[in-house]
Design a protein around this ligand. Structure first.
Ligand code: UDX
Ligand code: UDX
Length: 461
């Protein structure tokens, strides 16, 4: 079989895997190979048990896998035979040295660039898919042009805006595709080649081109703006709880202003996920680097409010349960950072679980997709934690339920049955405001939500 183009992606994670599966599915004329240093991950991509849970992903993979989509550990061969290489390796926050806790750790990126350099015998287009600090492309270009053997590399920035849980529909019908390039003749011709790939299924007016630094910065800014909305409404939720207002009513009224819009205004236990915190801290680091301390402080406030929101949730539980959680059994409904994913990176559930354990509570953790990750995240915590997927079994003899992920499952279970299995007085702390609180209250629960007055059966003197 001869293909029109050979495309490679290095990094078979949450971004690389689904993105390449979509390109392969939409463009049978290209050969798409996804490589990774982790052989287990590749074996899973080649099995019926994909390494990530994403609605619609297995259907897309099964259309293309073996036809023009291949998963492999042979990175060298992949580099040799491809003319376009996407790089989608992880770029965690640095845990050591200068910028620890803030700057991005680029060691995997740099290693990948060196590997490309070692193995490339012909010119290639390198596409940044990972979210990276601004000017990473420049560093990549420098590494890639360091051996002077005449092989040319053109580095493009093509940030991925998909959200987990909706990755497949986001990829199939994106709001926009952004491609940044150098504004040289070569840069523009490399960019046009990437535009041509997306044009197979995305309409032209949605494919934006920009200079490479604008493109890199746009990804950080998009995530900072989204996270900022959540921190804004979460900040207001604290005020609503004091002022007897209802944050959902406020969000509804505010969001109907078409200049503001209604999305991303759900008050919650706080945002999680691999991107928001990391990308804002990256932005903050960049601003401090340029001496823009006021700008850095402004954006850092978004992360501070998020930490505050998680702390506040636990303090509210403690206060409601008579200032002691020692020996009490608390069931967490949901551990993933949002619904429809098994991903637990930066999930608010991790710090909430830690804080509850510091109060000597006992935890029962329930989640339809994330229990394996949860076990791993909490492996170093001392104390009583059990993991039970079935929510009815999980709540048995519990004093309280805390809803941490907005899975539909938790909206639809029989709370009469749940109530009958719990210790009394029974508490629900709805960290996602997804349940019918009045109904739960009428069943006998004491109900606490985010940004609404509590509904309790206790007499207030
Ligand atoms: C992506 C982006 O890379 C990140 O910058 C962005 O902010 C979020 O999305 P993601 O796909 O979620 O990350 O990361 P992950 O699921 O950890 O996948 C990265 C993959 O790269 C892993 O499978 C890892 O094994 C692989 N990898 C890492 C390599 O193949 N080579 C390396 O040198 C390092
Ligand atoms: C985000 C961006 O949306 C996406 O464009 C980017 O490519 C990667 O980062 P993701 O982290 O997958 O995607 O999920 P997202 O849907 O943005 O949710 C992030 C967090 O915010 C979740 O913990 C979610 O529960 C929380 N959230 C979201 C709220 O608390 N309230 C809201 O109103 C919306």
């Amino acid at each position: 079989m001869t293909y029109q183009k050979n495309i490679l992606c290095i990094g078979a994670g949450y971004v690389g895997g689904p993105t390449m599966a979509m390109i392969a599915c939409k463009c049978p004329q290209y050969k798409v190979t996804v490589v990774d240093i982790n052989p287990e991950r590749i074996a899973q991509w080649n099995s019926d048990n994909l390494p990530i849970y994403e609605p619609g992903l297995s259907e897309v993979v099964s259309i293309a896998r073996g036809r023009n989509l291949f998963f492999s550990t042979n990175i060298e061969k992949g580099i040799k035979e491809s003319s376009i290489i996407f790089v989608s390796v992880n770029t965690p926050t640095k845990t050591f040295g200068a910028g620890a806790g803030m700057a991005a750790d680029l060691q995997y990126w740099e290693k990948t660039a060196r590997k490309i350099l070692e193995n490339a015998a012909s010119s290639k287009i390198i596409v940044e898919k990972s979210t990276l600090p601004v000017k990473t492309a420049l560093a990549m270009e420098r590494i890639l042009t360091s051996n002077g053997n005449g092989v040319r590399f053109d580095v493009l920035s093509n940030p991925e805006f998909l959200a987990e849980g909706t990755a497949i529909s986001d990829l199939e019908d994106p709001d926009r595709v952004l491609i940044g390039s150098r504004e040289t003749k070569r840069g523009i011709s490399a960019r046009d080649e990437l535009v041509e790939i997306y044009a197979n299924w995305v309409s032209n007016e949605k494919i934006l081109t920009a200079n490479i630094w604008s493109s890199e910065l746009s990804k950080l800014v998009a995530n900072a703006f989204l996270a900022q909305r959540i921190s804004s409404i979460n900040a207001i939720s604290a005020l609503c709880e004091k002022a007897d207002a209802d944050v959902s009513e406020v969000a509804r009224a505010v969001g109907m202003d078409s200049r503001i819009g209604s999305k991303f205004l759900n008050a919650s236990v706080g945002f999680g996920g691999s991107c928001f915190k990391k990308d804002i801290l990256n932005l903050v680091y960049l601003c401090r680097h340029y001496g823009l301390n006021e700008v850095a402080d402004y954006w850092e406030g978004v992360v501070r409010i998020n930490e505050y929101q998680k702390d506040r949730f636990v303090l509210n539980i403690l206060k409601a349960m008579f200032n002691t959680l020692a020996g009490k059994k608390i069931c967490l409904f949901g551990f993933a950072f949002k619904a429809n994913t098994g991903d637990t990176r930066e999930t608010p559930a991790i710090s909430i679980a830690q804080k509850l354990m510091e109060e000597n509570a006992e935890l029962v953790i329930s989640d339809p997709q994330a229990l394996e990750n949860a076990k791993n995240d909490l492996r170093d915590i001392k104390g009583e934690i059990t993991y039970i997927e079935d929510p009815y079994k999980a709540v048995s003899q519990c004093h309280a339920i805390a809803i941490l992920t907005e899975w539909d499952l938790y909206r639809n279970i029989d709370y009469e049955k749940v109530f009958s299995k719990m210790k009394k007085p029974a508490f629900v702390f709805d960290g996602r405001n997804i349940l019918n609180h009045k109904k739960l209250f009428d069943m006998g629960f004491n109900v606490y939500s985010v940004g609404r007055p509590p509904l309790t059966h206790f007499r207030v003197d």
